[in-house]
Design a protein around this ligand. Sequence first.
Ligand SMILES: Nc1ncnc2c1ncn2[C@@H]1O[C@H](COP(=O)(O)OP(=O)(O)O)[C@@H](O)[C@H]1O
Ligand SMILES: [Mg+2]
Length: 235
Amino acid sequence: MEAGNLNNSMIHLDGITKIYQMGEEKVHALKNINLDIQKNEYLAIMGPSGSGKSTLMNILGCLDTPTSGKYYFNGINVSEMTDNELASIRNKQIGFVFQTFNLLSRATALKNVELPLIYAGVKSSERIEAAKVALRNVGLSDRMEHKPNELSGGQRQRVAIARALVNRPSIILADEPTGNLDTKTGEEIMALFNDLWKLGNTIILVTHEEHIARHANKIIKLLDGKIETITDVSK
Ligand SMILES: Nc1ncnc2c1ncn2[C@@H]1O[C@H](COP(=O)(O)OP(=O)(O)O)[C@@H](O)[C@H]1O
Ligand SMILES: [Mg+2]
């Protein structure tokens, strides 16, 4: 593996392009994206439907690969990683939070939060301890034995956030995390993200709502696959 780039950002995107081939037609979903994300940054990605937000998220989360350009994660070129190295980054370095929570419906909150640790091969007693701490940190100590359908939407998203955090990732990626929540519950979830950011976490969140994006300290607006503006939000 190469020694890495000279840039010491946590994330460094250099000329990232993504083209989807749809039969005869090419869809240019991302066009020459250059972006640096530092440790403990809180970034919101905005833009209209179809502007490339999810495509960018999927590339940042190592769920998809760019057509061209370079992606350095902690100085390492992601395109040169093996499948095992990529899987390890996804499991250990990145915590994912989705609009639809994506919890296992038959498993308790505790079991759902234990899952990433099961995949990581952590032994049972340690796993349970870590999952309890993560649930406590999102204010769900009294709901550990509840299954998703016995929890409110906001509580389900808290379980998903505890699951994203349980193996102490270096970065949290959230795609429209408040999209299925009412305004008040959405604000509670945003307050939780604020707390996580103050504890030193790096957060990247996709949203189309201005009042949600305002919680971040940097807002990127995508338009037609390109970065239209980058705005620093003063706190
Ligand atoms: N798997 C795919 N195959 C073909 N085209 C896609 C695929 N995913 C997204 N696109 C296209 O790429 C563009 C960006 O999509 P997307 O990243 O999902 O935008 P957003 O999340 O901002 O709504 C859109 O034109 C979309 O139709
Ligand atoms: Mg999307």
